[in-house]
Design a protein around this ligand. Structure first.
Ligand code: NAD
Length: 348
């Protein structure tokens, strides 16, 4: 049995590919290798003979059709995306191209492939649209998103993901394609491109650079360790009900400023600075992100109940292991940031 993972050279996709490969699953990674895609993320797979890499743009209809015909996947985990909100503020078009048009190309290829299967294989096929809690807009100081929350995306990124979620569900309803959607909170862990808050903070701190915090840092995000997310994605495909949405969250709510302070405290412990200086002294409040959502928080009860999923990491353990990973993998960090200087973007 073969599965396709799109975006498998990215942060979450590579965690999923590493997980499936360790379980000796046959995986085809489709990835264009944008600035965020990194073949190093898939180096050292324990069973390389079971992994096939296709450097392909998901918008390339002919190439996607060829891969489906050659590999006959039983499931598709669709993660390829432009994923950074700040970049979507500066330049929304690539987000529509990949996240909306590319998702449509994949759904059409899946439908063609699925229609040619026998009844048993048709019943087993799954297409998973991997999405974000950002499609639901923002919460006030109380309450949680759940599977019945209305879509209200506020950034171009969130709007593009929302469009793809709607298309996926429409393919399920209109054509009967066995589609599932998962919406997850903010991921952290190894191999995350250092434009995102946690690796950016760690690498800047180690270089003695300022640690930019947007606005007053009061926005709340719901954090989940990336391997916990990958486990949930596999359970959604293997045990979830087609047509359903599952919200994936680890009850890891945190204000941005508190998260950055926690990272600083971990760094103080693991790599103390000379003279007893504290990394938190580098925190600098900068102009807020335009349209910055105040709070995201997920009620994961349905995923816990129906998929039997439970996160392994709590935030404290997961953050410490993450900081240690970036400390231990400075060569990866150097290569990943060779074309990106960590300067501020997304002011519109
Ligand atoms: P990422 O930016 O690290 O990786 C995205 C990958 O997709 C990269 O390898 C990139 O090369 C590839 N890609 C981009 N455009 C492509 C195209 N046109 N064709 C083929 N490949 C292309 O992103 P991530 O953080 O790993 O996120 C993966 C998925 O999970 C995305 O769909 C994102 O919306 C979703 N998600 C992310 C988070 C998070 O906190 N990072 C949270 C919830 C949902």
């Amino acid at each position: 049995m073969t599965v396709i993972v799109t975006g498998g050279a990215g942060f979450i996709g590579s965690a999923l590919v590493r997980r499936l490969n360790a379980q000796k699953r046959r995986v085809v990674t489709i990835d264009k290798l944008t600035y965020a895609g990194n073949p190093d993320n898939l180096a050292g797979l324990p069973h390389p003979e079971l992994h096939r890499f296709e450097q392909v743009d998901i918008c390339d209809r002919a190439a996607i059709k060829r891969i489906y015909a050659e590999t006959k996947p039983q499931a598709v985990y669709h993660l390829a995306a432009e994923s950074h909100v700040d970049r979507s503020i500066d330049s929304p078009a690539p987000f529509i191209e990949t996240n909306v048009n590319g998702s449509l190309v994949l759904l059409e290829a899946a439908l063609d492939h699925w229609r040619g299967l026998d009844a048993t294989a048709k019943g087993q096929f799954r297409h998973l649209q991997v999405s974000t809690d950002e499609v639901y807009g923002e919460l006030g100081i109380t309450g949680f998103f759940d599977e019945n929350s209305p879509y209200k995306p506020n950034s171009p990124y969130a709007a593009s993901k929302a469009a793809a979620d709607h298309l996926a569900r429409a393919f399920g309803r209109t054509y009967g394609l066995p589609v599932l959607v998962t919406n997850c909170g903010n991921n952290y862990g190894p191999y995350q491109f250092p434009e995102k808050l946690i690796p950016l903070t760690i690498l800047n701190a180690l270089e003695g650079k300022r640690l930019p915090v947007y606005g007053k840092g009061e926005q709340v995000r719901d954090w989940i360790q990336v391997e916990d997310h990958a486990a949930a994605l596999q359970l959604a495909v293997e045990t979830g009900r087609p047509g359903e949405t599952y919200l994936i969250g680890a009850r890891g709510e945190q204000r941005n400023i508190d998260l950055v302070r926690k990272l600083c405290a971990i760094l103080d412990e693991l790599v103390p600075q000379q003279g007893g200086r504290k990394y938190a002294e580098l925190i600098t409040f900068v102009t807020d992100r335009p349209g910055h959502d105040a709070r995201y928080a997920i009620d994961p009860a349905k995923a816990e109940r129906e998929l039997g999923w439970k996160p392994v990491y709590d935030l404290a353990t997961g953050l410490k292991a993450t900081v240690q990973w970036y400390l231990d993998n400075s060569a990866w960090c150097r290569r990943a940031t060779a074309t990106y200087d960590r300067s501020r973007i997304g002011l519109g």
